[in-house]
Each structure stands twice: as C-alpha cells, then as structure tokens.
Design a protein around this ligand. Structure first.
Ligand code: MD3
Ligand code: FE
Length: 218
C-alpha cells in the first residue's frame, strides 16, 4: 500500500484517464492548457467576490476559504448549507460564470460520458497549507443525475474517496495542478474529503491549493 507521503510527488502523465469508480474518472492535467489564463480569470472572480471562511451549521469554522461564481453560489452559516443567488459578503449577485469555465465543465463531463451538462455554479475553494475538508456528501443540488466536475490547481492534495456510507472504506488519490475529476451516476453520492494540504510553493499559485467545483445546482 502506498502512503500519501510516498506518492504525493509522483505526478502521473498528462492525458492519463484514471477510473475511480464506475462513473468517476480523473483526467490527468486536463486543464493545464488553459493556464495561466484560468488563473488570471480566477483572480478577477475572487477580486469581485473575495474568499471568506464560512461557518458550519454546527457553528464551527471551515478551514478552506470559499467563493463562487455563476447564477448561484454555495453558502453556509449557522442556519445551514444552501445555494443562494447573492454573495452574502458583498450583497451583490455572484460574478457571472466565465465562458472558459463553462466550456471546461461541459467538455470534461462529455469526456466522462455525461452529455448536456450545464453548470450554473462554480464553487471556488482555497486551501492554505494545513486546510482540509472532512468526509461529506454533496447533496444540496436539485438534480443528482447531473455530474460534478472538479479542477485542482496549485499545491497537490490527497483526495479521499469513500462509499455511500460514512464508514465505508476510503481510497486515497493524489490530485495535482491541472487535474480534472468528473463524478456522476452511481458515484454521485459517495462520501469524499481532502486531507490537510502540506506546506509548499507552487510556481504559479504560490502556497495554496485551489479547487473549482462545477455543478448544476438549480
Ligand atoms: C465525489 N471539494 O467543495 S471536489 C466540495 O477539493 C468538495 O475542494 C473538494 O468536496 C475539494 O464539496 C473536492 C470533488 C468532489 C465533488 C463532488 C463529489 C468529489 C465528489 C460528489 C460525489 C463524489
Ligand atoms: Fe464535496
């Protein structure tokens, strides 16, 4: 068995497709050709709707900082989790979904066998070293038949991919700058999380990991 320490620096070849489940696949380095343009776009998005630490329904603080773009954005406070049309921090609508993100989401979903994916939101998670995300399911979207497309940027992280119950065995998968993962169908409700991001410097993003999660929420 590999440990995260042993494999975290071994970057798989660009273009590799790694199935994680019957309807979940890693597309290695799929988003790399879009950089640094995508990084520039992200900086504009997060200038308009800045990263913020949200509280959970239980009153705890998340360790990843969040922003969103699109017609809806994911918000969390002591009332719970939901999608909302306005950024509660600025009081304004979230920045519009950039065309390049919409295209990336559609193309990656099609690549994984999901036709006609039309994401209406992109959650932008920022992990500084030490930040993590505990095991959870994504269940606040209206239509679970729609897949989810995730784009990893910056520092690597170890993704945890579990089963349909919290206590099911967990696979550990290292995700690197430019990797795209598509999850849908029978794998859509699997528990997942992110282990604490290790300190490091990425040549383009510096000391952070950013994950984009494209979803059709409404
Ligand atoms: C597997 N974010 O924001 S996205 C999240 O790296 C979240 O920031 C992680 O989980 C991150 O909710 C990973 C990958 C992801 C998203 C949805 C899934 C994996 C999934 C739904 C089902 C199974
Ligand atoms: Fe999630």
């Amino acid at each position: 068995m590999h440990t995260p320490d042993l494999f975290a620096d071994e970057r798989p070849d660009a273009g590799l497709r790694e199935p994680l489940g019957a309807q979940a696949v890693v597309l290695r380095a799929y988003a790399l050709p879009m950089l640094p343009g995508l990084w520039h776009t992200l900086q504009q998005l997060t200038a308009a709707s800045p990263f913020r630490i949200m509280q959970t329904a239980g009153g705890r603080h998340m360790s990843a900082a969040l922003s969103s773009c699109g017609s809806l954005g994911w918000v969390s406070d002591t009332f719970g989790y939901r999608y909302a049309a306005r950024d509660p921090h600025t009081g304004q609508p979230w920045p519009a979904m950039p065309q390049e993100l919409l295209q990336l989401g559609r193309q990656a979903a099609a690549e994984a066998g999901f036709a006609a994916f039309t994401p209406d939101t992109c959650l932008i998670n920022r992990y500084l070293p030490g930040a993590r995300m505990g095991l959870h399911q994504d269940r606040h979207e209206r239509d679970f038949r729609q897949p989810i497309v995730s784009v990893s940027l910056g520092l690597p992280a170890v993704f945890q991919f579990g089963g349909l119950t919290r206590d099911a065995a967990v696979q550990r998968v290292p995700l690197f700058h430019g990797d795209v993962v598509v999850w849908g169908g029978v794998d859509r409700m699997r528990f997942h999380g992110v282990l604490p991001v290790k300190p490091g410097q990425h040549p383009l993003l510096g000391a952070q990991r950013i994950n984009l999660t494209l979803r059709q929420a409404g």
